[in-house]
Design a protein around this ligand. Structure first.
Ligand code: BG6
Ligand code: MG
Length: 217
């Protein structure tokens, strides 16, 4: 029986994935490293520092700078990103998200947020949807980022449910891989090419529903 649904944030609850791209694009341009939306797909769901490594892989290589320099660049990216997310309001919930969160609660399902972003609490606050989550993972305490299952396992343990009774919702390849590695059912939102491992892929968040989740278990 379905007991819990675990949601990713960036690109699922709101379109902050676009802001991550905008901020990294600015940084990549400054470093004269080619970076476009296609390459950006690899960064989705990946930690801040690993995202920078992936960008460097497309230029001088991840070993071309010291950890201190990387830290400085990642902090600068985050400053740009933080400016962009100040604009977020409750109107920026992706289509159907408010409805599906309410339906999960009405249907007696437990819910959690599995975002590796350290900005997640701020964004959830801006969107005004904190009350719909029984648990929000603390990105600072998650050792291995997606595609490792750690953050999803942390969520289901906190909710006190079994992976086999849980569904995860993601918009990125690394996220779907993390859900599957946790032994859960995976719902992908977005392009099927990057989410071939998902149990079902929907083209829009507007198609998410408790019925879609229940059918998977
Ligand atoms: C994930 C995003 O949710 O969070 C990644 O998909 C991002 O693109 C990661 O790198 C870390 O986010 P932040 O806000 O801590 O830099
Ligand atoms: Mg995402």
């Amino acid at each position: 029986m379905l007991k819990a649904v675990v949601f990713d944030l960036d690109g699922v609850i709101t379109d902050s994935a676009a802001y991550h791209y905008e901020a990294w694009k600015q940084i990549a341009d400054e470093m004269s490293i080619p970076f476009d939306k296609e390459y950006n797909e690899r960064l989705k769901g990946v930690s801040r520092l690993e995202s920078l490594n992936l960008i460097l892989d497309n230029g001088p290589g991840r070993d071309s700078m010291s950890d201190e320099e990387k830290e400085e660049i990642a902090t600068r990216k985050n400053e740009v990103y933080k400016e962009l997310i100040k604009k977020i309001t409750p109107k920026d919930l992706l289509p159907g998200i408010g409805e599906v969160l309410k339906a999960c609660k009405a249907g007696g399902l437990k819910t959690a947020l599995a975002s590796v972003s350290k900005n997640a609490p701020y964004i959830i606050d801006r969107l005004g949807v904190g009350k719909y989550f029984d648990y929000m993972a603390d990105a600072a305490k998650i050792e291995r980022s997606k595609p490792f299952p750690d953050i999803f396992l942390d969520c289901i343990h906190a909710l006190g449910v079994d992976p086999s009774e849980s569904v995860g919702v993601e918009d990125a390849e690394a996220g779907i891989a993390a859900i599957k590695a946790a032994g859960m059912k995976a719902v992908g939102v977005g392009s099927p090419e990057s989410m071939w491992q998902a149990d079902v892929v929907l083209s829009s968040t507007a198609e998410l529903s408790v019925e879609v989740f229940r059918k998977l278990i």
